[in-house]
Write a protein that binds this ligand. Structure first.
Ligand code: GRF
Length: 235
């Protein structure tokens, strides 16, 4: 674990007085398994002050070789590797993650390319405090279809490899969804979505790259809205 004052943060304290008010800071844990471009978007937004009153308390990866860890360390974010690639590691990993979230005083857990599924028992300990970024369009309820802004009815793609599935199913549109995490996979209340047309020559890679550009804005906006709704300014 490496921690340092230089990790993007508004301040070093959860709350600091400003003009007689308490200015609170939302402390986020960003959980990753790979590239970490959405983590980078959050880091950049905090550093450039586009995302105010938010600080990255800790970055957690289940893989030591996740490129996102390099990104985090480059910005001196506290960064922790918790081995969890096999099912047998889940119980131990969840126990360690719980401790880390407590030690780092985390308010909101962001799954940004986190490729593990938490147990219901873990999720239930953090009601409305875990959000996930999913690279497909999810409906407001747990139905199997989603109606796009222009009225097209498309399947709600859940689970892994959904960008590829969107192409294989010849969908006209796909997108990404930020939602609260509940025990049912990819089914929690939706916070924000973005739609993107699938182009005739799109491959999984080209589509995912274009989608990620939109996700980078979406995740920042979702965290900004969460921070506002959490009533972080206490009179
Ligand atoms: C994103 O497309 C996200 O929607 C999905 O995993 C991808 C992570 O990308 N859950 P990155 O690691 O942030 O680049």
């Amino acid at each position: 674990m490496i921690g340092n004052k230089d990790c993007p943060a508004e301040n070093n304290f959860k709350s600091q007085p400003t003009n007689g008010h308490m200015q609170s800071v939302l402390r986020i844990a960003v959980m990753i398994s790979g590239n970490g471009s959405n983590l980078q978007a959050l880091i950049d937004a905090i550093e450039s002050k586009q995302l105010a009153n938010v600080e990255i308390a800790v970055v957690i990866s289940n893989r030591a070789d996740a490129h996102g860890l390099q990104r985090a360390l480059r910005h001196q974010c506290p960064s922790i590797y918790i081995p969890w690639t096999r099912k047998t590691q889940q119980q131990d990993a969840e126990a360690k993650i719980r401790q880390i979230l407590k030690i780092f005083d985390v308010d909101l857990i962001i799954l940004a390319g986190w490729l593990r599924i938490f147990s219901p028992g873990f999720i239930e300990q953090y009601p409305q405090r875990i959000i996930n970024l999913h690279p497909a369009l999810l409906p407001d309820n747990s139905t199997d279809t989603y109606v796009t802004a222009n009225g097209a009815v498309i399947p709600a793609l859940r689970g892994l490899h959904v960008v590829r599935q969107a192409i294989e199913a010849d969908l006209p549109i796909t997108g990404s969804t930020v939602h609260y995490v509940v025990p049912e996979v990819d089914a929690g209340p939706v916070i924000a979505r973005v739609e993107i047309p699938i182009l005739p020559n799109d491959t999984e890679d080209t589509l995912h790259e274009r989608l990620k550009e939109l996700e980078h804005q979406l995740i920042v906006e979702a965290v900004r809205d969460y921070a506002k709704q959490a009533k972080l300014i206490v009179p």
